[in-house]
Design a protein around this ligand. Structure first.
Ligand code: DAH
Length: 351
């Protein structure tokens, strides 16, 4: 067998195999087949140079080395080709298609309870009330004792309290506040002298069986105004102005006597039913009474004024507490309070 055709045969075979390799793994296989250190066919060919008859050895060796270089060069070129192809695929596959319509940005909005809260705070703010805040995890001495609800008082059961399971000297003292009223005490405690004029918004928690008008989490705004000569008529004026801002300028309000341990006298305020305008005996909102109960209020109990270190013979005050969800329900005619926290955007987008 002559030398040249065998080199040429290997060359053709190697180049054909290289051409058909289509990926990294194929190239590696090719490299092993022809250049593998033990069994590679090119390697074997080079190793066989020394066995050639002396007169052929020089030219065969030169040709074999030329072939080796050619094949190595072909491998490198093929590697580069594969890299280029991969890059090109990447840039065409993931290229930005400027003819596609853009994806719309979804715009969020304020939750209806937040909107209502802000509108309330604005109304009170315009009347000179400052906003303060207090903790949602509260001590029983603020949530209950400080607002004259002692341990054996039935009012503790009125709000089925969610306690925090930490015992202090064998008893639970921490809870998720059941109302914002503890902030009456907190605010007075840190205010060395009157006047005090604050509204305290925040979430409150009660162990409620939920229904259309009750949730286990509710948002309240506590109001407190304490100064020399604050009277019940001031309370009425402030709440009247607030209700006009929230429900319209033709609102009427009425006060009924009620009991809350931290005020004396205590009242419940109702506004005239703007749903049925007082003539619908079947009205779900006012139950045919023509009045919608909307909040609790009263004159701050003198004991609380005294505990703050003020002289209750000169200093008086009023307080009120309103449920923001309830205001939002009325304002938009929403029928079920549970909608607020069901997280259904179809509901929330309407406000
Ligand atoms: N804290 C009461 C509740 O959650 C609401 C309340 C009533 C607050 C009368 C007051 C008030 O400040 O004077 O039911």
């Amino acid at each position: 067998m002559s030398v040249e055709p065998s080199l040429e045969g290997l060359r053709e075979e190697a180049l054909a195999a290289l051409a058909s390799a289509s990926n990294e793994a194929g190239l590696e296989q090719w490299r092993i087949t022809f250049f593998g250190r033990q069994e590679g066919r090119m390697t074997a060919l080079l190793r066989s140079i020394k066995d050639r008859p002396v007169d052929e050895r020089a030219s065969f060796g030169a040709n074999a080395n030329r072939l080796k270089q050619e094949l190595e060069g072909a491998l490198e070129a093929k590697q580069q080709d594969l890299k280029d192809a991969a890059l090109k695929a990447l840039s065409t596959d993931s290229a930005i298609d400027v003819t596609l319509p853009g994806r719309p940005q979804v715009l969020g909005r304020l939750h209806p309870v937040t909107q209502t809260m802000r509108d309330c705070l604005k109304a009170f703010g315009d009347m000179g009330f400052r906003v303060a805040e207090g903790p949602e995890v509260e001590w029983d001495r603020y949530n209950f004792d400080g607002v004259r609800i002692p341990e054996d008082h039935p009012a503790r059961d009125m709000w089925d309290t969610i306690w925090v399971n930490t015992l202090i000297e064998g008893k639970r003292h921490m809870l998720l506040r059941t109302h914002t009223s503890p902030n009456q005490v907190r605010v007075l405690e840190r205010t060395p002298a009157p006047p005090v004029r604050v509204v305290v918004p925040g979430k409150c928690y009660r162990q409620e069986a939920t229904d259309a008008t009750h949730e286990w989490m509710l948002t309240q705004i506590e109001g407190l105004a304490v100064d020399q000569g604050v009277r019940m008529t001031d309370l009425k004026g402030v709440l009247y102005e607030w209700s006009r801002q929230m429900f319209g300028s033709d609102r009427k309000i009425i006060f009924h006597h009620s009991y809350f341990p931290f005020v004396e006298p205590g009242v419940e305020m109702a506004i005239d039913c703007f749903i049925c305008r007082g003539d619908g005996r079947a009205c779900h909102t006012c139950h045919g009474t023509g009045w919608i109960e909307i909040l609790g209020a009263g004159m701050v109990h003198p004991e609380i004024i005294e505990t703050a270190g003020y002289d209750s013979s000169r200093v008086t005050g009023f307080a009120f507490g309103l449920g923001v969800e309830r205001v939002a329900l009325l304002r938009w005619g929403i029928e079920d309070i549970r909608n607020f926290y069901a997280n259904d955007v179809r509901f929330l987008q309407q406000f």
